[in-house]
Design a protein. Structure first.
Lengths: 762, 157
């Protein structure tokens, strides 16, 4: 067991893969020198402001911009009446309809808060003022406010998200102990601290976009296809991203409007999406509802799981928040049935938010398992260990690595679980009820090809170059550590360039797939560059290492020498000088040999080459177990998380210091989900009422106790070249049920609809 | 054109001349007119703390302050915190040491708040730090490390 305690940096061993190197780009972030998308000093900027719809459904029958157009400073107004001349771009999977117009502004209104116009002016203040002067006449049609609207209906069954084995209905009917319950989760939002927005500039038919991006290549492809220009003509720049959590992986309607305005005005345009507009300019996590039936023997052996779930989507797009994503793989069960439906409502199409699918799914199954434990009078830890899945019952494949048992037992030890008394309301401190709960989490290992370039310069500096991005996960740092290890140099001798679509192609920073994917490419390129250097050093007639008789060289402590330390030893710049080389540049990717140019383009700009967790011989996932203590005020029903221990199996950790931060970040978002976060919709008009961070509550510092995180993982070389599994998504999964279970233990009240707010407890 | 006002603001010890509309906030004056983009805009509604700067040594939300309100006052931003020779302020060094940030977007505001929090005498315990640093949201969830960094810097001060 490794308990991550705060640790002073500066140890030489920190600069290798697995070391605790401090954040590579940290110096820029703590001095204000890190430049985010809306901060580039572009000359001659005009400013765009969005106008959003105020009805949930209908048609715009008139839009009068005449007052706005004569307001001071106004340069242009774009409305659905304008033909923007754009073409639909390829979807994530590489499919593209032929010659279909892309309409970021339409007369059809599908949700309240839909972008219906944009105003461009000399200053943002002028544009915002003029935006208020636009008169819109709607012809309203009936609308569906949300998943629980009586008119919402049952929606559409997603066959691809349904799963069954054994005979779940019969096994459930025959089981001596049964529970059945419905769990719901509300709309939740990313609330990245940096609001969305972009700066765009055209030079002829070349487009530069400064926009926060989790996927520079994929978003650049979208712009190229919208405007019908070559992919190479688009440069998307995103070296720093102020948080994404799934929200910044696609170019969106407002992005298109800024680019169109810049083209038409022939001057650069900046568009800042306001905080309230962020709530409807892209989708957060969909509201969900799921019913779970569990059947078990009297000694607590699971006999059947029957799961029926639904999530809301929009009326114009399908995004399933898969309530059955974690249900089939957490426990050993011979009889299983799960179905998921999507229900169209008048909302922006929902999207991926940290731990998509797995997160609400785990809330359901991990709450239900605890309900079963209480029905049986069994300890919640014991029931989880008793039904431990020895392999993946869904795919039938063995786990690559699954140290969930260790996460449960070592987490329980660190938490002091054995001191728990089982009965609800049996632990208290004066008027404060105390409860302890467990929740398990999982997230699949997803792999994607990537490319990287290594440059060794004459001055001995090593450059790692990739179009991958860093939104705080630590890409800069772990790439620098990888190059430092391969070349035996300190991290301070390494430069890392990221976040530019013109740099080598990379997997998306999403689905926890970036680190494993990009490190594979960087390690391959760096090793190839080192081999090239060894070949030159042993064979070049000017090399002092040529006549040593060695057949390889070691790179250590900043010096290159023959093994066993006999003979000359040179630094990188000395060797480069001896070889008469200014630069060695090596580019490598992790596509199969012989991949075509089209394969390359598809690999970096779509999801076409992404590998799921069971596409090989194994079933591969990250795992975690959360242990929570809550304190509930008996009179007021307020819930405080007072203590937490979370144990993770994420394979090998490339940098435990940064992993620890990511795990805690996911857990804290989970605390928000459990206790605070809930998008509220006005039933009368479909408006998101709490579309700001004063009303949509996210955790503050005072809401969060010290969180102890533990790594129980071992390297998993099926999951990635260097042995890591995903880190960023899994931390949130299982937190909400752990808190709901702790609240039940404290109060005897089972809350089955998130968030757990005080009115549900008093 | 819209009417403008001539302002002279003292920021990080240096005078800056401005010719802006009277409705321009201090935050937009810094970011859009003076190229001081270290101060961040997270909500523009006084809710998130990302735009925290010091005016006459006290923490202020730059998005809720008009530029015209702070003429003649001493404004300090993240760009002015490190020493002229580049030595980090102890709070900056502690943030790096404790990994008290991820994406970095709330970080300048957190650091400006932390400097004031210590100066106000509100960094005496973890509980006190949590309370007095709660005006600065961090969605990456670096709160544990922020508390550790403020403690470290407060103890060294």
């Amino acid at each position: 067991m490794t308990i991550m305690e705060p640790h002073k940096h500066g140890d030489a061993s920190d600069g290798v893969i697995g070391g605790r190197q401090s954040r590579f780009e940290g110096g820029m972030k703590i001095t204000g020198a890190a430049t985010y998308a809306l901060e580039y000093p572009v000359e001659g900027l005009a400013h765009a402001v969005l106008v959003q719809s105020t009805v949930p459904a209908g048609r715009i029958v008139g839009i009068d911009a005449s007052k706005a157009l004569v307001a001071p400073g106004v340069l242009m107004v774009l409305t659905p009446d304008d033909d923007l001349g754009l073409t639909v771009a390829t979807d994530w999977y590489g499919n593209r309809p032929e010659n279909q117009a892309y309409l970021p502004l339409t007369h059809e209104v599908s949700f309240n808060g839909q972008t219906i116009a944009a105003v461009v002016a000399e200053t943002r203040e002028q544009a915002a003022e003029a935006a208020r002067l636009i008169d819109v006449v709607y012809e309203e049609t009936p609308s569906i406010a949300g998943l629980d609207d009586p008119n919402a209906g049952d929606g559409m069954l997603m066959e691809n998200l349904s799963s069954a084995w054994g005979d779940a209905e019969a096994a459930f009917a025959a089981a001596p102990v049964k529970i059945e319950a419905e769990y719901t989760t509300p709309r939740e939002y990313h609330v990245a601290m940096e609001p969305h927005g972009l700066t765009v500039k055209w030079e002829g038919d070349r487009l530069t976009v400064w926009e926060p991006s989790q996927w520079s290549h994929g978003m650049a492809r979208t712009y190229a296809e919208w405007f019908g220009i070559p992919y190479e003509n688009v440069r998307l720049v995103s070296p720093f991203i102020g948080g994404g959590f799934g929200s910044k992986a696609a170019a969106l309607a407002y992005s298109a409007l800024a680019a169109v305005a810049a083209k038409r005005l022939d001057r650069p345009v900046k568009l800042a999406v306001t905080r309230p507009q962020n709530f409807t300019s892209y989708g957060g996590r969909a509201a969900t509802r799921q019913t779970i039936k569990l059947g078990a023997t009297e000694d607590g052996v699971l006999q059947a799981i029957i799961h029926r779930g639904a999530s809301e989507t929009s009326t114009y797009g399908v995004w399933p928040e898969q309530t059955g994503a974690a249900t089939p793989i957490l426990y050993k069960v011979e009889n299983f049935s799960s179905q998921h439906r999507v229900v169209p409502v008048n909302t922006v199409t929902p999207g991926a938010l940290r731990g998509p699918g797995k997160n609400p799914s785990a809330y359901g199954i991990e709450s239900a398992m605890e309900e079963l434990a209480y029905k049986l009078g069994m300890d919640p830890l014991e029931i989880r260990l008793k039904n431990y899945a020895d392999h993946d019952y869904q795919s039938g494949k063995p786990w690559s690595t699954r140290r969930l048992r260790e996460a449960l037992t070592e987490g329980a030890d660190a938490f002091g679980w054995t001191r728990r008394s089982h009965a609800p309301r049996s632990m208290r401190d004066g008027k404060t009820l105390i409860g302890w709960g467990i929740g398990c989490g999982t997230f699949p290992v997803i792999q994607a090809p990537s490319e990287a370039m290594i440059r060794i310069l004459g001055n001995g500096r090593v450059e790692v170059v990739s179009g991958a991005i860093d939104m705080g996960q630590g890409t800069y740092t772990i790439l620098a550590q990888t190059a430092a290890e391969v070349f035996g140099v300190p991290v301070s001798q390494v430069d890392v360039r990221l976040g530019d679509s013109r740099l080598p192609g990379s997997a998306i920073a999403g689905g926890s797939m970036l680190a494993g994917s990009i490190l594979g490419a960087v390690h391959k390129a760096a090793t190839a560059a080192r081999d090239e250097l060894i070949g030159l050093a042993l064979n070049d007639e000017n090399s002092p290492l040529r006549d040593t008789g060695a057949n390889t060289l070691t790179f250590d402590g900043g010096r290159i020498s023959v093994p066993r330390g006999e003979g000359p030893s040179l630094t990188l710049p000395e060797l480069m000088a001896a070889l008469g080389r200014d630069e060695i540049e090596i580019r490598r990717n992790t596509l199969p040999d012989g991949a075509s140019a089209q394969d390359h383009h598809l690999a970096w700009t779509t999801m076409a080459k992404v590998q799921g967790p069971t596409m090989g011989d194994y079933s591969m996932h990250s795992w975690c177990a959360h242990f929570v203590e809550v304190r509930v005020d008996e009179d007021f029903g307020t819930v405080r998380v007072s203590r937490m221990v979370s144990a993770f199996d994420c394979g090998r950790l490339y940098n435990p210091r940064l992993v620890e931060s990511q795990w805690r970040g996911g857990i804290i978002m989970g605390i928000g989900q459990a206790l605070l976060e809930e998008g509220l919709v006005d039933r009368r008009n479909g408006r998101t009422i709490n579309n700001n961070v004063g009303d949509y509550l996210v955790p503050t510092n005072a809401d969060i106790p010290h969180i102890q995180v533990i790594s129980v993982g071992v390297p998993d070389f099926n999951a990635s070249v260097l042995g890591g599994k995903g880190v960023g998504e899994v931390g949130i999964v299982g937190v909400a049920p752990a808190i709901a279970n702790a609240v039940f233990h404290a109060t005897g009240k089972r809350v089955r609809d998130l968030p757990i707010t005080l009115e549900k407890l008093i | 054109m819209t009417r403008t006002v001539q302002l002279s603001l003292e920021i990080n010890g240096r005078p800056h001349a401005l010719d802006v509309e009277p409705r321009v906030t201090l935050l937009d004056a810094l970011r859009e007119h003076l190229a001081l983009t270290g101060t961040k805009k997270g909500c523009d509604q006084g809710q998130c703390g990302a735009c925290t700067v010091h005016v006459d040594g006290r923490r202020v939300l730059a998005c809720l302050t008009l530029a015209a309100q702070v003429e003649g006052r001493k404004i300090a931003t993240i760009e002015g915190l490190a020493a002229e020779n580049g030595d980090l302020h102890p709070v900056q060094a502690a943030f790096l040491e404790q990994d008290a940030f991820q994406c970095g977007y709330c970080t300048p505001g957190q650091i400006m708040s932390a400097v004031a929090c210590i100066r106000e005498g509100h960094a005496g315990s973890q509980e006190e730090i949590r309370e007095y640093m709660s005006g600065n949201l961090c969605r990456c969830g670096a709160y544990n490390s922020i508390v550790a960094a403020v403690r470290e810097a407060a103890e060294a001060a």
